[in-house]
Design a protein. Structure first.
Length: 218
């Protein structure tokens, strides 16, 4: 759950703080504008339907509507399209131009936990998807051995054995490499994103194997 502050700048313009959440979270608002109560359009309060003057008490949790995309070939009838942003406006007369934004991401989660790479073939597959990049990898353990270091930028990688490395991009955490021998790697790590949502101690297995023999030419 994330808090959205409502403030008023020195230019007199009201500002709604932008927050990033995943689509399992809610938000709540706190009015820090000393001049005016506020009512964001996505807010579902009882009573006055306003947050009240500064400093307002925190509202109850508010579910954020995640935009849906129609699927022309149901079922399912709708498909969530993430990441996305939810724009909302103030509902007080004379303040209709005051707007805010909530960034909505898919939850940080493991994409695959069991992987097989073929010797001699380049391997590149996601391990962790969702969340808000950039990511930080910490606590990597491979075959019960701790690997020092962290990954905070796309060009900072962590090794898994001789032929594989962990890396990150805007889509998530990847493992890639060119396998050259039969090996099995059991590893875990912690990944944190910029929203502070941890995925911890997920057990991954990466095995290399010899591919099917190529038929010889006649």
């Amino acid at each position: 759950m994330k808090q959205i502050h409502i403030t008023r700048g020195s230019n007199g313009i009201v500002q709604f703080e932008t927050v990033a959440i995943d689509n399992t979270e809610n938000v709540f608002f706190t009015n820090m504008d000393k001049e005016q109560p506020h009512k964001p359009s996505i807010l579902k309060l009882t009573g006055t339907q306003q947050l009240g003057p500064y400093p307002s008490p925190n509202s109850s949790q508010v579910p954020v509507p995640v935009p849906q995309v129609n699927n022309p070939n149901p079922p399912p009838p709708t498909i969530p399209k993430l990441p996305c942003q939810v724009d909302y406006t103030c509902q007080i007369a004379g303040h209709e131009n005051e707007k805010g934004t909530i960034l909505v991401f898919a939850p940080l989660a493991a994409a695959k936990t069991t992987l097989v790479a073929i010797i001699g073939e380049f391997f590149n597959t996601p391990l962790v998807v969702g969340g808000q990049p950039p990511y930080v990898i910490t606590g990597l353990i491979v075959n019960n051995k701790s690997i020092p270091g962290t990954s905070t930028k796309p060009d900072q990688m962590l090794p898994i054995g001789i032929d594989f490395k962990l890396n990150q991009n805007n889509q998530g955490i990847l493992v890639f490499g060119n396998p050259s021998q039969v090996e099995t790697y059991n590893f875990t790590f912690t990944v944190n994103d910029s929203m502070g949502r941890n995925l911890q101690q997920v057990q991954y297995t990466l095995a290399t194997a010899i591919g099917p023999a190529t038929p010889s030419a006649p």
